[in-house]
Design a protein around this ligand. Structure first.
Ligand SMILES: [Zn+2]
Length: 67
């Protein structure tokens, strides 16, 4: 058994080895460069779509009440 710590990621900004979070994001301990988890963007997009659908539905209901 080799007792070396293997890092899967290095800071994209300064190259310091960083330990990734479970979702793949990390915060560099040396320069505080932040990389968001892979799923973060998708989750944000999904929330935005959901919100847009809600707004559209509200507008539709409002339009219906006007008639
Ligand atoms: Zn860094």
């Amino acid at each position: 058994m080799v007792a070396t710590v293997t890092y899967s990621r290095y800071c994209a900004h300064c190259g310091t080895p960083v330990s990734e979070g479970p979702e793949g994001g990390y915060v560099c301990g040396a320069c505080f460069h932040v990389v968001e988890p892979l799923g973060a963007d998708e989750a944000r997009k999904a929330r935005r779509v959901e919100r847009a659908a809600m707004v559209a539905e509200a507008a539709r209901l409002r339009a219906m009440q006007e008639y």
